[in-house]
Design a protein around this ligand. Structure first.
Ligand code: GLN
Length: 505
């Protein structure tokens, strides 16, 4: 294999596309390199639910053919052309199953493309397959997947986070350059933090959810995972924007996210106001080493010319309880369609239609899904609706107002992404709700509908440590600028992930 091809798994997207467009390597060679690597390495990581060699090679050949022809199609190829990608298994892509890592949808064939997937494919990317996740995106470790575990590439005894654990692990292990995940309460940022990848939860409405199986429709967003902040901006630029097929998608200004990264990477953050919420850093349960990462990140940005603003976010502690009312309420409604008739697994030998619904759902859903449905139907039931659902909606407004106060004085807010470093498999088996705390710092961002990004900053005892940058609704440019500045200063060694040098490459 040529020297250049061996570098592909950890190469920035723009470098891959430059090699492909200059025809130093073909997109087909890139595809084959990645397919071979998946065959060699994914046995240890188990990021993929389904690998799609035919789709990958067809997309690669289309790029190579356009370049050979040299017409308008070749000119239109941008920095994602020939870049290997993969998608969380709750996003439809024609030619694949969309299982949500659930028995309920084990045989479900994608009838159409998810808009975000389609936009990535239209940019000339090479689709390698579909990625493992917590069942229906409920979880923080990918352990609730009915397919099986995904392993953290930095330590195979630890979880990759969740629910987009496969999307995170695939990038981390060099099994895709960019992947898409979804984030309802932290499912992009938390696994990004656990795997040393960059993960973006965009502002609510900025990316279409059409074709992504709904969890909680007032909170869900699709976003990218990548090794670098700039690659993340490339993918985000491709998928963002109004989609007539998703009424919640918005027409926001087409900011130049890549330029924001390039500015940040060269240290151009003078005058940027960076908030630190002192109460969040004193929160019980926060690993002091992760608190130190946030303070270090603030010092780094300050040294580059940013101004530090001290603030508090007292409503954060209400985020988790309110989320576990609103999230399950919406999920229980969204999951009503999986009844064995309209969608999903159908039980054999039912006595009547009610029995069919009950058996199909009992057989198709795993325990965490059933737990969420039970919570959701309870809080929506007529006797409890006001006490839980209405109250949680009010808490949501309080959280939103808290952030408004912060962003009146600052451009971005720095917080931990997670309270802990990646944990071991089975750590929360006896107490599943204790795992919910993993999203303490991420959930309020979804509740407020604003944007958040996890950026890896260092290794602590061989495990990735990250910080979260939060920006106001529609202000992803600030995330990319600050994120790129932080990345440039911290130089997180993503290519030193143990599976990269395990002899499996
Ligand atoms: N871990 C959270 C949950 O279990 C968030 C999941 C998500 O964002 N999809 O609900």
């Amino acid at each position: 294999m040529s020297e250049q091809l061996t570098q592909i798994p950890f190469m920035p997207a723009a470098d891959i596309s430059a090699l492909v467009k200059s025809r130093e390597v073909s997109a087909r060679e890139v595809a084959n390199t990645m397919l071979d690597r998946i065959a060699a390495v994914d046995g240890a990581v188990s990021a993929y639910n389904e690998v799609t060699p035919e789709l990958a090679l067809a997309a690669a050949d289309a790029v190579d053919a356009a370049l050979a022809e040299g017409g308008d199609a070749a000119v239109a190829l941008g920095e994602l052309a020939g870049v290997p990608v993969a998608f969380k298994d709750n996003m439809n892509m024609v030619g694949t199953h969309t299982t949500c890592s659930s028995k309920m949808l084990a045989n479900f064939q994608s009838p159409y493309d998810c808009t975000a997937v389609r936009r990535m494919l239209d940019a000339g990317t090479i689709p390698l397959g579909k990625l493992n996740m917590d069942e229906f995106a409920f979880g923080s470790s990918t352990e609730t997947s009915a397919v099986g575990r995904t392993f953290n590439p930095w330590d195979l005894e630890r979880v990759p986070g969740g629910s987009s654990g496969g999307s995170a692990a695939a990038v981390s292990a060099g099994l895709a350059t960019i992947t898409l995940g979804s984030d309802t309460g932290g499912s992009i940022r938390q696994p990004a933090a656990f795997t040393g990848t960059v993960g973006l939860k965009p502002s609510y409405g900025r990316v279409s959810r059409y074709g992504c199986v709904a969890f909680a429709s007032s909170l869900d967003q699709i976003g990218p995972f990548s090794h670098t902040v700039r690659d993340n901006a490339l993918a985000f630029s491709a998928i963002a924007g109004k989609d007539p097929l998703d009424a919640t998608s918005l027409n926001l200004p087409e900011d130049d996210f890549v330029a924001a990264c390039d500015a940040g990477a060269t240290g151009d953050i003078k005058g940027m106001r960076v908030a630190l919420a002192t109460d969040l850093l004193e929160q019980e349960g926060l690993d002091p080493r992760l608190k130190a990462e946030v303070l270090q990140a603030a010092a780094t940005l300050e040294a580059a010319g940013a101004e530090i603003v001290e603030t508090t976010l007292p409503s954060t502690k209400y985020g988790l309880p309110a989320y576990y009312v609103l999230g399950p309420a919406e999920a229980s409604s969204n999951l009503a369609r999986f009844d064995g008739i309209r969608y999903g697994h159908r039980a054999d030998d039912a006595e009547d239609v009610l029995d069919l619904y009950m058996r199909s759902r009992k057989e198709g859903f795993g325990p965490e899904v059933i737990r969420r449905i039970m919570i959701g139907t309870h809080v929506l039931s007529s006797g409890h609706y006001d006490a839980y659902y209405t109250k949680a909606q009010k808490v949501r407004t309080v959280i939103k107002n808290d952030y408004e106060a912060v962003f009146a004085r600052a451009d971005v807010l720095l917080t931990p992404t997670t309270p802990d470093l990646p944990f071991k498999f089975g750590q929360y088996d006896d107490n599943p709700t204790a795992m919910y705390l993993a999203d303490y710092y991420t959930i309020p961002v979804n509740m407020a509908g604003i944007a958040g990004m996890s950026v890896p900053t260092s290794l602590i005892e061989g495990l990735p440590a990250s910080v979260q940058i939060v920006a106001n609704h529609g202000r992803e440019v600030d995330l990319f600028r600050a994120g790129a500045a932080l990345e440039a200063a911290s130089a997180f060694p993503y290519a030193s992930v143990p599976v990269a040098s395990s002899g499996l490459v």
